[in-house]
Design a protein around this ligand. Structure first.
Ligand code: NAD
Ligand SMILES: O=C(O)C(=O)C[C@@H](O)[C@H](O)[C@H](O)COP(=O)(O)O
Ligand code: ZN
Length: 351
């Protein structure tokens, strides 16, 4: 399993990690924002100064095969070998795409993730899922290929802005829901309007711990790792739908809204307690607002869920909960119930 480092000195920790790897040439992948906001925090490192820089456009609409080709091309043109090392400096878009580039270049080179978003730190950089979007579907092409190191420094979060923090926080809500009532209460009582960063740091590493524990049990998502997909059948449908309308949404926001839909299904199909449903939905509605859909969009959303990676033999599978910390994988909802859950979502967020 990969080594996850909680860093208080990012340069020292990068240099230690890189030196521990036997590599011939170093490459650093950034996107157009992380090269400006995050690279300056590490550029004094001699080792980083040695690296060949590769930068790609930002945001999820650029997690594409074209940008993957760009990374492969630079690696090829700048002499990378199977013994080269790639460092991904960015949010989930960079670590997913860079991880997949590393997984595939010469059938696999070593790589290090340095997540620069809250979402990347608590989720995307950890656990080895890599990939790109394809034909409007999320993470349609990818692999399980863990980074050798994930080096987490919360220093990067200061340039994220409120939406960036909220987006990552949604995956922390998911981790709390699948883990325990105590975690959920802690997460729902954290004041997102007046962030205490030292408290947030503690919550970040608690959240990483929840993900790590699950991934270690089931690295290839045969079973319990599906817990980490709570909210995502719907979230990915919302994201693909938003891309089809040329107005993409942040992954974490989609997850928050997807959790509303899937906790409702959890209540209807698995007996998830109504008071916990209402409490979580209220927190999400107050902090994340609404993603605008009408009942005219339901058919298209249902069609997109047909591409979810948990599906088998034409059956759409959801990960649901019978209580906080009690996960029910491979649960099926028919179209009528999915539409009812979308009605509940629209009602809850005031649409
Ligand atoms: N592999 C996994 O297990 C996993 C888990 C969760 C999400 N994901 C994927 O991760 C992606 C979402 O990740 P994300 O939310 O980090 O998005 P992102 O990487 O697109 O980053 C969001 C925006 O923030 C910018 N940014 C990054 N770091 C910054 C910083 N420190 N300061 C200022 N701006 C910064 C980026 O350039 C981008 O514009 C999605 O593609 C999602 O599918 C993967
Ligand atoms: O690590 C996992 O496993 C997850 O499912 C984490 C999710 O937060 C993440 O968005 C993941 O990329 C979704 O995976 P997918 O297999 O549904 O594409
Ligand atoms: Zn996610």
């Amino acid at each position: 399993m990969q080594q996850i480092i909680k860093s208080d000195n990012i340069i020292e920790d990068i240099e230690k990690a890189v030196r521990s790897i036997n590599y011939d040439k170093l490459y650093l992948l950034t996107d157009q924002n992380t090269v400006i906001n995050c690279y300056p925090l590490i550029e004094k490192s001699r080792i980083i100064q040695e690296a060949v820089n590769i930068s790609i456009p930002a945001d999820d609409t650029n997690k594409t095969v074209e940008n993957l080709c760009k990374v492969w091309r630079v690696l090829t043109e700048k002499g990378a070998t199977r013994h080269s090392l790639l460092i991904n400096l960015g949010g989930g878009m960079v670590t997913d795409l860079g991880g997949f580039a590393a997984a595939t270049f010469k059938r696999g080179i070593k790589y290090i993730n340095i997540p620069t978003t809250l979402l990347g730190a608590v989720d995307a950089a950890v656990g080895g899922k890599t990939g790109i979007n394809f034909e409007g579907y999320k993470n349609e092409i990818g692999s399980f290929y863990p980074a050798d190191y994930v080096i987490i420094s919360t220093d990067f979060f200061h340039s994220l802005g409120h939406k960036g923090i909220l987006s990552g926080y949604a995956e922390m809500i998911k981790h709390a829901l699948i883990h325990s009532e105590a975690d959920l209460q802690e997460i729902l009582s954290f004041p997102l309007n007046d962030i205490d960063y030292s408290r947030l740091n503690e919550l970040v590493f608690r959240s990483v711990g929840i993900k790590r524990e699950i991934v270690e049990k089931d690295p290839f998502e045969k079973n319990i790792r599906k817990a980490l997909n709570l909210g995502h059948t719907t979230a990915h449908a919302f994201e693909s739908f938003a891309i089809s309308k040329s107005s993409p949404i942040l992954h974490g926001y989609a997850v928050a809204w997807g959790i509303i839909v899937e906790l409702y299904l959890s209540h209807r199909l698995c007996g998830f307690p109504k008071d916990k449903l209402q409490e979580t939905v209220r927190f999400i509605q107050q902090n994340y607002g609404a993603f605008d859909i009408t009942c005219d969009n339901y058919e298209q959303l249902y069609e997109i869920t047909g591409h979810d990676k948990k599906n088998q033999g034409g059956i759409i599978n959801f990960t649901l909960l019978s209580d906080t910390g009690t996960v029910q994988i491979d649960q099926t909802a028919d179209k009528e119930l999915f539409f009812e859950a979308l009605d509940f979502y629209r009602d809850s967020v005031g649409l």
